[in-house]
Design a protein around this ligand. Sequence first.
Ligand code: FAD
Length: 288
Amino acid sequence: MNIADLFKEKTVFSFEVFPPKKESGVETIYKTLEVLKDLNPDFISVTYGAGGSGEANATTIDLCSKIKNQYQIETIAHLSCLYNTKTSVDKILEQLKTEGVENILALRGDVNPDYEVEKDFRYASELTEYILSKNMGFHVSGACYPEVHQEAESMLEDIRNLKKKIDAGADHLISQLFFDNSVYYDFIEKVRIAGINVPIEAGIMPVTNKKQIERMVSMCGASIPAKLSKVLQKFGDNPVAMRDAGISYAVDQIVDLVANGVDGLHIYTMNDPYVAKRISDSVANIIK
Ligand code: FAD
């Protein structure tokens, strides 16, 4: 199924997980998926060597296959291209096809100074075009940045580049995390004016750990509004209180987004089934 078709019927609600970095984490991710599947998400996406960490033991493809074939839930396999060649992409596409995975989030990936960049792809739009040129039945999604991608000179330039991804055939976008909904609404307005009409999911990261969020924010450039900064100051050193406050903050964001007609919500679960379940339960009657 093409993920983009889901948006014709409802506000889409999806989760993102990442493959464990160590063999010992395999059982944990399987337990996480057991919980997530019972929350009936519209799809679960699986990251690909995020941060340039290379392939994990339980690979993206293994997890996508399990989600799709064992749990009968739609899945999106993330695939980044800076460190892949056309030949290695071909191999991955073949494997995804064999497993029945039909949706791919085509990404450039972050630059990692420890690895040598391959020459075949420079941008996600080139990977998008390449995947679709193979005519293997894949549907391609892309990433977008409500607060501008860190390397772009301006929002205008970034949106122009985003349009190239859509022109290459991406028919669904997922946003980078953000904590201030007004930033997202401004972005959506600009993107629509630019003629980008595909469904866009808002990326929501529950802030349940102060250190983790500081690291994420330094990596992706998301800003922390005063409201969240106060929450971090007050509860950041109390893990249980921080978790409750972070879940409430995320639910608050979601309620406002749905009230304002968002196409869909993509929850960065950080592989934490407890947090995903609490958020999902809190918005079960809101997202239809
Ligand atoms: P692109 O769309 O290629 O854009 C990268 C930069 O190049 C931007 O500044 C853009 O404005 C510019 N640009 C684009 N096209 C052109 C052009 N034709 N000419 C000139 N400039 C251009 N990373 C991982 O490694 N694994 C993952 O699983 C992963 N999942 C992600 C999921 C989501 C929802 C998001 C938002 C990000 C994810 N990332 C992941 C991170 C992502 O790889 C990085 O943010 C990366 O730096 C940019 O990837 P992109 O696909 O958006 O790149």
